[in-house]
Design a protein around this ligand. Structure first.
Ligand SMILES: [Mg+2]
Length: 124
């Protein structure tokens, strides 16, 4: 395939729309993380139905949908994205503290962060 043909495919309206929405969703994830860091996981805007954690989950799902659509369309490669994801995890294992406690934070009673925020008991 010639370069101008590839360029035309990437210029298609639906591809541009997916990129625009992916960009918006990435910004919404950033905003949701910012709300958690400023006001806490359990905080809720007076006019919102969700707390900040539930809002982050919604935005992560929105962004994941756009990433998957991009791959389904054949614009981004599942294989390349998977290779990049695995490489990122390996770098984080080496250069971050994220995997030092693979189960994540727990209370003295063994509850996870999600269980604390949602007030659920730990499931066995
Ligand atoms: Mg969204």
């Amino acid at each position: 395939m010639r370069d101008d043909e590839i360029y035309k495919l990437f210029q298609q309206k639906n591809v541009q729309e997916v990129l625009d929405i992916l960009q918006e969703e990435a910004a919404e994830v950033i905003q949701a993380v910012s709300k958690i860091r400023r006001f806490g996981w359990n905080n809720k805007h007076p006019e919102a139905d969700q707390n900040n954690l539930e809002h982050l989950e919604e935005e992560l799902g929105d962004m994941q949908a756009m990433i998957e659509i991009l791959m389904e369309m054949g614009v981004a490669s599942w294989g390349n994205v998977t290779v990049a994801k695995r490489a990122k995890i390996e770098k984080l294992k080496k250069w971050s503290n994220i995997f030092k406690d693979p189960e994540g934070p727990r209370t003295a009673e063994g509850k996870t962060l999600l269980e604390m925020v949602r007030g659920r008991d730990k499931k066995d």
